[in-house]
Design a binder for this molecule. Structure first.
Ligand SMILES: [Zn+2]
Length: 65
């Protein structure tokens, strides 16, 4: 099974062949949620929780002074 390195703890994280770009995995060692950001080679980044103040690059408080 293909694998990638956890960006947090450098452990090997197995990537299922059905995993697609943007899918999230969880490192079994540090339990960090990781997002698949590259396929060749497999590359993982810590998955960022959605920022409640910014959506699609727009500040939702923009219209309110
Ligand atoms: Zn890890």
């Amino acid at each position: 099974m293909p694998s990638a390195s956890c960006p947090e703890c450098d452990s090997r994280v197995f990537v299922d062949a059905n995993t697609a770009m943007g899918d999230t995995l969880v490192c079994e060692d540090c339990e960090t949620e990781l997002e698949l950001v590259g396929l060749d080679p497999f590359e993982l980044d810590p998955a960022q929780p959605p920022d409640p103040e910014v959506r699609d690059g727009f500040n939702i408080f923009e219209e309110d002074e």
